[in-house]
Ligand binder design. Structure first.
Ligand code: HEM
Length: 479
């Protein structure tokens, strides 16, 4: 007999209404009532066990994909059949094997300069002293970073993709749960999406043509160039359509998630002036330990993805539960991060808990886990690090004692309800003659441009009075 975790006995539509309208608070309420595993009805997954027990999550992530497969039934229809999200079993394993090398930490050093350039370019338009939501701005930084680092796009192709892809990803995310009509005009949502996809494929064909004519392809660092040169175990290359599906997948998975995390960074840091002060001092001195810890901590207290799922292809005994074949299971990232048995005083934003410490990858799980763990985790971490260090170098973030921004669920990513309101001042800078910049990997900065090098050698003298005005106490917050 299956033993599912306990859960509410209210009618299904009441349970569905609660989880859909208040996903974040609703889950926390159920956890408070039933404990670290409960079952509730969630469309379109059905009666679904939701897990936040560390041992059970670890076991699920370590379960073979023959038993627990990904739960992304619709993504393949939108991103294409070659998308990593759509592939299962051996096809997924061999595709992932091909894609891992370009996302390896060492390869990513090459992208730091590009991310810094995009940050400097975007922030040139920031206005001082006025509150503005930072999310649209971080969205442009992460879009451009992916288009250049992953797609290897420059010039006309960069401009075309920059215009097309945000519209296409937005429409695609609305189509996720819409049936594909047998017949549908070109103005129907699917008709419009297909037209965009044709335009997208044309641009990718042009990028691939250019790459194939490029005598220096071997020396290129972008992910497209590496995909074109990679081979499956049987010696064959990726098809053009698979390359196109995979690039679209990387953009869809990596653009909004990273941009939203950056917005939460602004939201959290402006409410923790003592951390902000220390972070600036560390950055000015060329250090990074606290910055690394801040990036881990913000993703613990404000994970942008709440839940990851698996579909059971066979019966599974998981910790205390007997889960039957055919059942979908969700892991709650938020609830394990919020568990006082796992993280002391879990609602406090306290980066010191990760200072000089690597998080346990089965307790700290913003990137999911196991064979499906986020492929772009190292890329995202590099981006967060470079954007933050560039911001800290060039701007003072003015602290605030306004209430915390609420979590606002935008389908997949949880964003700060006001978009991460920022108030900034450009730093008053002087050039320190003999200082060198430190890269996110601890190596010397790759920055080649005179402007970037000069910026990296600056330090500020005008910010302390501003941050101290707002008070130094680190707040204990709730949500
Ligand atoms: C802060 C930023 C990001 C967060 C929080 C995030 C989170 C996640 C999560 C939770 C998953 C599902 C993991 C699972 O099912 O266990 C995932 C999968 C994935 N992510 Fe990310 N992600 C981020 C950035 C990126 C970036 C920058 C890229 C690529 C450029 C990327 C590419 C992918 C891919 C390809 C998958 C599917 C992996 C597979 O099925 O094998 N992500 N991500």
């Amino acid at each position: 007999m299956p033993t599912l975790p306990p859960g509410p006995s209210t009618p299904r539509f009441v349970q569905a209404f609660a989880t859909l309208t208040q996903p974040h608070r609703g889950m926390r309420r159920l956890r408070d009532r039933y404990g670290d595993a409960f079952t509730t009805y969630i469309p379109p997954f059905g009666e679904t066990p939701i897990l936040s027990n560390p041992g059970e999550i670890k076991q699920l992530f370590q379960t073979s994909s023959d038993i627990a497969e990904t739960l992304e039934p619709n993504l393949g229809r939108v991103l294409g059949p070659g998308s990593l999200f759509a592939l299962k079993g051996d096809a997924h394993k061999s595709q992932r094997k091909l894609l891992i090398p370009p996302f390896h930490g060492k390869k990513l050093i090459a992208f730091e300069q590009l991310v810094e350039e995009e940050t400097v370019r975007e922030t040139a338009t920031w206005q001082e002293g006025r509150a503005f939501p930072v999310l649209p701005s971080t969205g442009r930084i992460t879009l451009n970073a992916i288009l250049r680092a992953v797609f290897g796009a420059e010039g006309d192709e960069l401009a075309a993709l920059r215009e097309l892809l945000p519209r296409m990803v937005k429409l695609g995310s609305r189509l996720l749960f819409l049936p594909i009509p047998q017949r549908g005009g070109k103005w129907s949502p699917w008709g419009r999406y297909r037209a965009m996809r044709r335009q997208y494929d044309d641009v990718i064909d042009r990028l691939i043509d250019k790459a194939e004519r490029d005598d220096d392809l071997d020396d290129r660092n972008d992910v497209l160039a590496m995909m074109l040169q990679s081979r499956y175990d049987d010696g064959t290359a990726m098809s053009r359509r698979d390359v196109a599906d995979q690039l679209l997948t990387l953009l869809a998975a990596g653009h909004e998630t990273t941009a939203t995390t950056l917005a939460w960074l602004v939201e959290r840091l402006r409410r923790h002036p003592a951390v902000l002060d220390e972070l600036v001092a560390e950055n000015d001195a060329g250090g990074r330990e606290l910055r690394d810890a801040v990036i881990v901590e913000v993703q613990r207290v404000r994970p942008v993805i709440d839940l990851v799922g698996r579909h059971l292809k066979a019966d599974l005994t998981l910790g205390r539960w007997e889960l039957p074949k055919g059942r979908n299971v969700l892991v709650s990232i938020d609830l394990i991060h919020d568990d006082p048995a796992v993280f002391a005083n879990p609602r406090a934003f306290d980066p010191s808990r990760f200072r000089g410490e690597k998080p346990d990858l089965y307790h700290w799980i913003p990137f999911g886990g196991g064979i499906r763990r986020c492929l772009g985790a190292a890329f995202a971490t590099m981006e967060l690090n470079v954007v933050l260090r560039t911001w800290l170098r060039d701007f003072t973030f003015v602290p605030t004692d306004e209430p915390d921004e609420r979590w606002y669920s935008r389908g997949v990513a949880n964003q700060p309800a006001k978009g991460g309101l920022a108030v900034v001042r450009r730093r008053t800078v002087r050039v320190r003659p003999n200082e060198t910049a430190t890269s996110t990997t601890g190596a010397q900065s790759q920055s080649g441009s005179a402007e970037a090098a000069q910026r990296a050698h600056r330090w500020a003298d005008g910010r302390r009075s501003e941050t101290s005005r707002a008070g130094a106490a680190t707040k204990q917050e709730d949500v």
